[in-house]
Design a protein around this ligand. Structure first.
Ligand code: BGP
Length: 504
């Protein structure tokens, strides 16, 4: 049996501007929502400060929307991890050289929207921003590395949020399309693989959709208590906002195929595996319903229409989707070419969870059969093979895993970083992935482990939650030399790529 991947397999790594690039005010770049988020020790301790309509300073936490009339601000004395991140902006030649040394033939990165349109609604793009990514792509291509470009990865322009309310406003479709057209025009000879938006199923709140909470947001919920941050109105706003984003993505799909011969443009999904806590039908069916919530958005983008079950989800919030003339057609006629996705862990659905949601139970991480990362993420390579099969069975279109890996605290001993734990995680996951391809027949076209060069965590803003094959000298307060140090996994991954995944 052939134990290797196809010769055309895309081996690489993944980063995103908001967590890696830095240079947040350089080269004419404008303020993005990710620039407004402080560091924290867990997701909901990351704050976005604002002054309200009465001039009082307050804050929201990650995943929430700002109140109407709020003016987002950078607060004196707070640390903002996205501002310098790990400074790809000044280290891009060195970093791409390190990727080439590992043998990458691909590299997934995100363009910072506000480097191209500082406020998001300018007529003309910022030439300095365009030139920066020209230089980055030239450096990649010089080393035979195929850029895989995410158009929007958590860095919503603050200008569009303040002036238009973000994705809750249909005008965002035009701004996103203008931004995409400029990218396709400028880079059509250099970039063949595009991803319209990162993790469309986890977007919510100010930093991703730029939405503002209605003053009269209802507090009661129709079903059992939902996590507080998804108040019915806010949740409804989220689904309408995501509809605008999916329509915009479909117009970008259409434009890309009109402008770039042999282009591949995909959507992107965050997908943990999910297991029922027991064989009790309410656990099994609850897990199934929970899974479908994540797949709603990839169903729309991959199949081109809202599935029948969408209404049951919208009804939980008394929400009625507002479609406009042409929306159904653009979704139907311009679905995504492939499905990019992130996989890190699997979860467990428990009907008896004390957090009651409208599916009756809640997704957690208590799996007695699995080891966990220091951040409590269950490590499950078989779950990766499961998800690969599940996605390929569902869509029968090419898949690309553009995020995988384990966040861990790495320590330097005599100038070395012995990250055996990371090698073990990736070895098991690549082995499972190889079975999915060579035994199960899954059409997987590429694999890009997340944070291939250390960068800041999206969930916490911490530096200590490291994913990379290359260590970056920076601490959780943003102090350090930014020096790069190859970890043991750097040399291991280099040998894996050299054998096209047959020797792990
Ligand atoms: C995904 C994001 C990535 C990355 C990853 C790891 O949701 O697409 O940007 O952050 O999560 O999560 P974290 O950085 O919180 O460890």
């Amino acid at each position: 049996m052939n134990k290797a991947f196809p010769e055309t397999f895309l081996w690489g790594g993944a980063t995103a501007a908001n967590q890696y690039e830095g240079g947040y005010t350089e080269g004419g770049r404008g303020l993005a929502a990710s620039d407004l988020i402080t560091a924290g020790s867990y997701t909901s301790s990351r704050k976005i400060y604002f002054t309200d309509a009465n001039g009082k300073t307050d804050h929201i936490t990650l995943g929430e929307s700002l109140p109407l009339g709020a003016e987002p601000i950078l607060k004196e004395g707070e640390y903002y991890p996205s501002h310098n991140a790990t400074d790809f902006y000044h280290h891009y030649k060195e970093d791409i050289g390190l990727m080439a040394e590992m043998g990458f033939n691909s590299y997934r990165l995100a363009i910072s929207w506000t480097r191209i349109f500082p406020n998001g609604d300018e007529e003309e793009p910022n030439e300095e921003g365009l030139q920066f990514y020209d230089d980055v792509f030239d450096e990649c291509l010089k080393h035979g590395i195929e850029p895989i470009v995410t158009i929007l990865h958590f860095d919503m322009p603050v200008g569009l949020a303040k002036k238009y309310g973000g994705w809750a406003n249909r005008k965002m479709i035009d701004f996103y399309l203008r931004y995409s057209e400029v990218l396709f025009t400028r880079y059509k000879a250099k970039v063949k693989y595009w991803i319209t938006v990162n993790e469309i199923n986890v977007l919510g709140g100010f930093w991703t959709l730029g939405t503002y909470k209605k003053d009269n947001a209802k507090t009661e919920t129709k079903g059992p208590i939902l996590p507080a941050k998804y108040l019915p109105d806010e949740a409804a706003g989220k689904y309408q906002a995501l509809h605008h984003l999916m329509v915009a993505s479909s117009y970008a799909n259409k434009l890309a195929h009109e402008m770039i011969p042999d282009v591949k443009i995909g959507t992107m999904l965050a997908l943990s595996g999910i297991y029922p806590n027991t064989c009790h039908p309410d656990d099994v069916f609850g897990a199934y319903l929970f899974r479908r919530r994540a797949l709603l958005f990839s169903d729309v983008m991959m199949r081109g229409y809202y599935p029948a079950y969408a209404k049951s989800i919208f009804d939980e919030y008394d929400f009625e989707l507002k479609m406009e003339e042409g929306d159904e057609e653009i979704l139907k006629n311009h679905p995504s070419d492939y499905l990019a996705f992130s996989y890190y862990r699997t979860t467990v659905y428990d009907r008896n969870s004390d957090i009651k949601t409208t599916t009756g139970g809640q997704q957690g991480q208590a799996n007695p059969y699995l080891e966990k990362t220091p951040w409590g993420w269950p490590i499950d390579a078989k779950g990766f093979r499961f998800v690969l099969n599940e996605l390929y069975d569902r869509y029968q279109k090419p898949l690309m895993c553009v995020e995988n890996g384990m966040g861990n605290v790495d320590t330097i001993e005599n100038g070395k970083i012995h990250d055996d734990y990371r090698i073990a995680y990736l070895r098991d996951h690549i082995s499972a992935m190889r079975d999915a391809v060579t035994v199960d027949g899954v059409e997987l076209i590429g694999y890009m482990p997340w944070g291939c060069i250390d960068l800041v965590s999206a969930g916490t803003g911490e530096m200590k939650k490291r994913y990379g094959f290359v260590y970056v000298d920076l601490d959780d307060a943003g102090k350090g030399t930014f020096d790069r140090i190859k970890k043991d996994s750097f040399y291991w991954y280099k040998s894996v790529i050299a054998s096209n995944g047959s020797e792990l």
